[in-house]
Ligand binder design. Structure first.
Ligand SMILES: NC(=O)c1ccc[n+]([C@@H]2O[C@H](COP(=O)([O-])OP(=O)(O)OC[C@H]3O[C@@H](n4cnc5c(N)ncnc54)[C@H](O)[C@@H]3O)[C@@H](O)[C@H]2O)c1
Length: 346
């Protein structure tokens, strides 16, 4: 079987630290081309991963390289245009998270995938973490009953990205929530079975990002910080479930933590670390796994394999574009609710 020909659009941090190493390890894949606006970044990536064709313009790359798939790793502003251009050229797309700046862009991406009958999946690699995979198995057999309360924490005490364009709203669409909170929000929705959200109430702030501050990830440009550094939200769903969500890049809390806690009618489950709690035998009990498959394996390996399998077999990728759009719809409603100071009906 001939190799799946992959091209990279954007060769910065996430491309070089996750996608290129993971796709390179896949026996059915050849990374045959890459494009980046930065000649220096492109050259480094090309040398590091032995990529034969390098382009300053991704449009030229997709026109010339007979690609099967591209991985879009640009700042968020270019996710929709690069994805739509690739889909219209007949190329399958794995686009980094978040799907898009806003729901209108996300819908246009889905329309392009449908029109061209091509795969579109989004880089929610947490779904390939062992705890999320195990939680999904436990929930799908009905262990929790009806899941009606979910708590999501994506809290960094200090962890503002200081590279690239992460603190610029016009490039990224937002800050902590659209960048970091989307992972745990997506995993929580996935574990709940993606019920339809109906109402979102939220507040956001930018008290720490707009001033110089200690930050283990380096000093960002605080004078140009135009996004939120903290979010609190309450989300209602059509099936009667509710979600309490907290997210920060910087917040005066004692420690950073990422948790998803699902409470159902017959049991509860915490995802990080995995723990099931339940009333049984007239006792309150809890259990945790002693061993899980894929523990310690970079989740980008599973993500790359999932995209390649979808290309080769037509089997739906794990993170569908429709599910990713649900995340974008909620993030957009969070920002609109915070701005309007009231609940937003979806
Ligand atoms: N899944 C994750 O956990 C995760 C982690 C980090 C970043 N990301 C996502 O990956 C994307 C990139 O983040 P990063 O940390 O790699 O940023 P980065 O700044 O390190 O890299 C982005 C690269 O894109 C290039 N670029 C910009 N516009 C371009 C264009 N029009 N065509 C081609 N190249 C272009 C830049 O020159 C840069 O090299 C973002 O959307 C971010 O949200 C995801």
């Amino acid at each position: 079987m001939s190799k799946v020909r992959i091209g990279m659009i954007g060769t910065g941090g996430i491309a070089r630290n996750r996608h290129m190493p993971c796709f390179s390890k896949h026996s059915d894949v050849a990374i045959v081309a890459a494009a980046d606006l930065s000649a220096e970044t492109l050259k480094q990536a090309g040398e590091q991963f032995n990529i034969p064709a390098l382009y300053s313009d991704y449009k030229e790359m997709i026109a010339k390289e007979q690609l099967d798939g591209v991985v879009v790793c640009t700042p968020n502003k270019f996710h929709a245009p690069a994805t739509i251009d690739a889909l219209n050229a007949g190329i399958h797309v794995l686009c980094e998270k978040p799907m898009a700046l806003d729901p209108a862009e996300g819908r246009a991406m889905i329309a392009a995938a449908k029109q061209n009958n091509k795969i579109l999946t989004i880089g929610f690699h947490y779904r390939h973490r062992p705890q999320v995979k195990a939680a999904k198995k436990i929930i799908d057999v009905g262990e929790l009953g009806h899941v009606y309360m979910v708590r999501v924490n994506a809290l960094r005490r200090r962890g503002i990205p200081s590279w690239g364009s992460f603190v610029h709203k016009h490039m990224q669409g937002g800050g902590a929530m659209i960048d970091f909170g989307v992972h745990t929000l997506d995993s929580a929705l996935y574990l709940m079975g993606n019920p339809k959200p109906t109402e979102v109430t939220a507040s956001i702030s930018q008290h720490l990002g707009t001033k110089p501050n200690v930050n283990p990830w380096g000093q960002w440009n605080y004078q140009e910080f135009t996004v939120e550094d903290q979010v609190a939200a309450f989300i209602r769903f059509e099936n009667g479930a509710s979600m309490l969500l907290e997210c920060s890049w910087a917040l005066n809390v004692p420690e950073s933590k990422e948790t998803i806690s699902l409470s159902g009618t017959t049991a509860g489950l915490d995802v990080f670390p995995l723990k099931v709690n339940k009333a049984q035998y007239d006792m309150l009990t809890s259990w945790s796994p002693d061993w899980m498959p894929d523990d310690g394996i970079e989740p980008g390996i599973g993500q790359a394999a999932d995209f390649v399998q979808a290309i080769q077999t037509g089997i739906s990728p794990n993170a569908t574009a429709e599910q990713a759009l649900q995340v974008t719809d909620i993030v957009d409603a969070i920002y609109r609710s915070a701005e309007a100071g009231r609940a937003i009906t979806l």
